[in-house]
Design a protein around this ligand. Structure first.
Ligand SMILES: NC(=O)c1ccc[n+]([C@@H]2O[C@H](COP(=O)([O-])OP(=O)(O)OC[C@H]3O[C@@H](n4cnc5c(N)ncnc54)[C@H](OP(=O)(O)O)[C@@H]3O)[C@@H](O)[C@H]2O)c1
Ligand SMILES: *[C@@H]1O[C@H](CO)[C@@H](O)[C@H](O)[C@H]1NC(C)=O
Ligand SMILES: *[C@@H]1O[C@H](CO)[C@@H](O)[C@H](O)[C@H]1NC(C)=O
Ligand SMILES: *[C@@H]1O[C@H](CO)[C@@H](O)[C@H](O)[C@H]1NC(C)=O
Length: 326
């Protein structure tokens, strides 16, 4: 005979499993899929953070379409492993690994100089890499709050340093992986280097908001150049981004990500769509989710603010007169 408590426990467990199944089914049903079969032969795609998560699945898909892939990663060990995995799965050996630590301006500059020297064109630049801290803040070697340094300032600087090469590569696409979680934050113009702001997790939302202002102002500045700039929310994805959540909160979080979130392959669909689809060949400055254009809130569309964020960012990454202008 089962005790009353055992019956309750079994009922709760069955209920939870049922809920997980229902949510997963719903996610699958409503998920956006990139359905085009467009080939990418002869195209070079530069993707940051391609050794893990959404970036890895994006790299694998685009390699399967024949693109030459430059995996820009800070961890060369895992990047080399993923490179071999991509080559063996796609039979495309045009996969290159290069060292890039977006949290370091020195690394960004070294990486960009190397790319400019070795590449003749970049058809698609995908700003995918990103990280989140949990409760403890960290500062980059340049004295910038680390989440903002990695997610916003690194991509901002890199785009500047590569802009002349991108202009030689037209038609060219820039894809920026932002997040719908920007809605939980706002960008404080008086604290664009938010060292010491707590909880540090909040700064992840701020950095994704900064991605949106950057993408919109970049699209405006590149209007008429045949370089498009679009940005996206991948969905809530079971990836490495949650790794800095501390014990014991990491366990319930793991249950949530494994149970309810999309897979990294599902999370890569909108990035792949923006990188390959004919439908968006002439679209720029737009926000996408589930492979469809979607809307921003009014504050995120404030172009005056986007311009101010841009101008302050140029100071924070110490752009010099000899650096390319956008
Ligand atoms: N997961 C979600 O639910 C979700 C939702 C909205 C938006 N996003 C965005 O999706 C993008 C991809 O994240 P993910 O979910 O796939 O997470 P992930 O599995 O943690 O992948 C993030 C990638 O970024 C790289 N990266 C982190 N810091 C870096 C640095 N300083 N320099 C170079 N590369 C760095 C990581 O490299 P290492 O392996 O060396 O750490 C990793 O390859 C991020 O921009 C994230 O903000 C994710
Ligand atoms: C690279 O990733 C591996 C596996 O996760 C880890 O053991 C190693 O410490 C990382 N290397 C660096 C330089 O972060
Ligand atoms: C953009 O592409 C169109 C069509 O190929 C071309 O006519 C135009 O000159 C290009 N503009 C620039 C600025 O390169
Ligand atoms: C995009 O614009 C170019 C130049 O204006 C044009 O040649 C091309 O057909 C357009 N592509 C699509 C898919 O609309």
């Amino acid at each position: 005979m089962l005790s009353f408590l055992e019956i309750i426990a079994i009922t709760l467990l069955a209920g939870f499993i049922g809920l997980v199944c229902a949510v997963r089914f719903y996610v699958k049903l409503t998920m956006g899929r990139c359905t085009n079969q467009n080939k990418m032969e002869g195209k070079t795609v530069l993707i940051t953070g391609a050794n893990s998560g959404i970036g890895k699945e994006t790299a694998k898909d685009l390699a399967g379409r024949g693109a030459r892939i430059i995996m820009a990663c800070r961890n060369l060990t895992t990047a080399e492993e993923v490179k071999q995995e991509i080559i063996s799965e796609t039979k495309n050996d045009k996969i290159i690994v290069k060292k890039l630590d977006l949290g370091s301006q020195k690394s960004v500059r070294e990486f960009a100089a190397d790319i400019i020297k070795t590449e003749t064109k970049i058809d698609v630049l995908i700003h995918n890499a990103g990280m989140a801290l949990a409760f403890r803040g960290q500062t980059s070697e340049d004295g910038i709050e680390l989440t903002m340094a990695t997610n916003h300032y690194g991509p901002f600087l890199l785009t500047h340093l590569l802009i002349d090469l991108l202009k030689k590569s037209t038609p060219c696409r820039i894809v920026i992986v932002a997040s719908e979680l920007y809605r939980l934050a706002s960008v404080n113009l008086n604290k664009l280097n938010p060292v010491g702001t707590f909880p540090a997790a909040y700064l992840y939302y701020v950095s994704k908001y900064a991605n949106i202002y950057f993408a919109r102002e970049l699209a405006r500045r590149l209007d008429g150049t045949n370089i498009t700039v679009n940005f996206l929310h991948p969905g809530m994805i079971d990836s490495g981004i949650w790794r800095n959540i501390p014990f014991p909160l990491n366990y319930p979080m793991m249950a949530i990500t494994k149970g309810f979130f999309k897979t990294t392959k599902q999370g890569a669909q909108t990035t792949i769509y923006l990188a390959t689809s004919d439908e968006v060949a002439n679209v720029s400055g737009k926000y996408f989710m589930d492979c469809k254009e979607t809307t921003l809130n009014a504050a995120a569309m404030d172009m005056e603010k986007a311009k101010k964020v841009w101008e302050e960012s140029a100071k924070i990454v110490k752009l010099t007169a000899s650096d390319p202008k956008i």
